[in-house]
Design a protein around this ligand. Structure first.
Ligand SMILES: [Zn+2]
Length: 375
C-alpha cells in the first residue's frame, strides 16, 4: 500500500469506492488499481450521479481535445515526425490518422457545399437544344463596333456551316416519331449494332424524359413495356444523368462534391502503392506508407480549411499560398520520414507528384462518369 499511484482522491474515484473486480470485464483488481489493467475502465463501484456523469463526459472530451491538439501541433510543426512516432508505437497520444482524415475531409467538403451555393449555377443550365445557338446570338449582340460586325459575320457563317436549324428539325422529327407511339418505337429499334442501339435507347429515354411522359425507369417499364434489362436501365440512367447535368449543372457539381470525401479513401490506398514502390528498399510496410499519406493529406485539408476561412473573412484568394506551403511541407515530410538526401528525395517527390496528377485525372473522370451513370 505504500506504492499508491497519484490519483485524484475525489468524487467517485475515492478509495472507499474501489472494488476487487472490474465491473466492466470482471478482471480481478487490486484495491490500489485506479483503472482496470484489462479494459481500462475506472475502478469505482459508486453509482453514477448526474455530476459524475457530466464529469466523465467532460473528462473524455478534454482528453480527446488534448490528443487533437497534440496531433495538430506535431503535424503542423514537425513534418514527417508524427508518422514516425505513430508507426513506432506512440499511438495513444495521437488521434487515429484514418478517423482524423475522414473528419477533416467531410468537414472541408461540407463547408464548400454549404457555402459554395452551387445551385445558383443552375441558371446556366440549358433549357433547350438551341442553348448553344442562343448563346452565340447573345455573343454577337455585344459587338456594335466596326470590328464587331466582322466578328458577327464570322459567327453567322459558323452558324450556317453547322446548320443548327436542320439539326433541330431532325431532332424534332425524331421526337415526334418517338412520342407518337413509344412502345412501338422501342420494339422496332434493336436491329442494328449494340453500340448504336445503346445511343438509340438513350435518345429514346431523353425524348420521353424531356416531354415529361416518364419520370423514372419504372415509368418506362410500366407505360411502354420497356424490358427491365441492365442495358435498358443503363441507357436510362445515362439519359437522365446527362439531362440533369445540362439542365442543373450546379446540383450536379454539388452532388459530385458530396462524394469526394469517400473518393479520397479509394484514392489514397492506390497512391500509397506507388509510394511503396518508390521506397521499396526502405523497411516500411505498405500500411506505414498509407499512414504517411493519411497524415499528409490531413495536413493538406487543414491548410485548405484555413485558406477557405481566410478567403471567406477577407475576401481574398489565398488557395495558392497554402498549396505552395503544402508543396514545401511535403518535401520536408518525405525527407524526415524516409531519411534520404535532398536530391534523391526531390526526384522521388517529382515522380510521385506526377503519379498523383495522373491518378487524380483518372479519379475525376471516374467520379464524373459515375455520377452520370448512377444518378
Ligand atoms: Zn476491466
Amino acid at each position: 500500500m505504500d506504492n499508491l499511484p497519484d490519483i485524484p482522491e475525489k468524487g467517485r474515484y475515492r478509495f472507499q469506492y474501489r472494488g476487487t473486480n472490474c465491473l466492466n470485464c470482471d478482471h480481478p483488481l487490486d484495491i490500489s488499481d485506479r483503472y482496470c489493467p484489462n479494459c481500462s475502465q475506472a475502478n469505482s463501484t459508486k453509482k453514477l450521479s448526474l455530476k459524475d456523469f457530466l464529469d466523465e463526459f467532460f473528462a473524455s472530451l478534454m482528453s480527446y481535445d488534448s490528443k487533437l491538439l497534440k496531433t495538430l501541433g506535431a503535424l503542423l510543426l514537425r513534418p514527417g515526425k508524427i508518422t514516425r512516432e505513430y508507426i513506432a508505437g506512440k499511438r495513444v497520444s495521437y488521434t487515429n490518422p484514418f478517423r482524423f482524415l475522414l473528419s477533416l475531409t467531410i468537414l472541408y467538403f461540407l463547408m464548400i457545399n454549404f457555402t459554395g451555393n452551387f445551385s445558383k449555377w443552375d441558371k446556366y443550365g440549358a433549357k433547350e437544344d438551341s442553348y448553344f445557338i442562343e448563346s452565340l446570338n447573345d455573343f454577337s449582340f455585344s459587338f456594335g463596333t466596326e470590328e464587331g460586325t466582322e466578328i458577327n459575320r464570322g459567327i453567322d457563317s459558323i452558324k450556317q456551316a453547322l446548320d443548327f436549324e436542320a439539326l433541330k428539325l431532325k431532332i424534332k422529327k425524331q421526337d415526334s416519331l418517338i412520342l407518337s407511339d413509344p412502345s412501338d418505337y422501342f420494339k422496332n429499334m434493336g436491329t442494328t449494332s449494340n453500340e448504336n442501339q445503346f445511343s438509340q435507347k438513350q435518345e429514346f429515354f431523353t425524348t420521353l424524359l424531356r416531354s415529361d411522359s416518364i419520370y423514372d425507369f419504372k415509368d418506362a417499364v410500366d407505360k411502354y413495356g420497356v424490358a427491365e434489362s441492365f442495358g435498358n436501365k443503363l441507357a436510362f440512367n445515362v439519359a437522365h444523368g446527362i439531362l440533369k447535368l445540362r439542365s442543373r449543372p450546379g446540383s450536379f457539381i454539388s452532388r459530385l462534391i458530396s462524394k469526394l470525401p469517400f473518393a479520397v479513401f479509394f484514392f489514397l490506398p492506390v497512391f500509397a502503392l506507388f509510394i511503396w514502390l518508390v521506397y521499396i528498399r526502405k523497411k516500411y510496410s505498405y500500411t506505414d506508407h498509407l499512414i504517411f499519406s493519411f497524415h499528409n493529406t490531413a495536413l493538406l485539408f487543414i491548410l485548405l480549411i484555413i485558406s477557405y476561412l481566410i478567403d471567406g473573412i477577407f475576401a481574398v484568394s489565398s488557395n495558392w499560398i497554402f498549396l505552395a506551403i503544402f508543396s514545401l511541407y511535403l518535401l520536408q515530410a518525405m525527407r524526415k520520414f524516409y531519411g534520404q538526401g535532398i536530391f534523391k528525395t526531390c526526384v522521388k517527390y517529382l515522380f510521385l507528384n506526377f503519379i498523383f496528377f495522373i491518378l487524380s485525372v483518372f479519379a475525376i473522370l471516374i467520379l464524373f462518369t459515375g455520377n452520370i451513370f448512377t444518378n
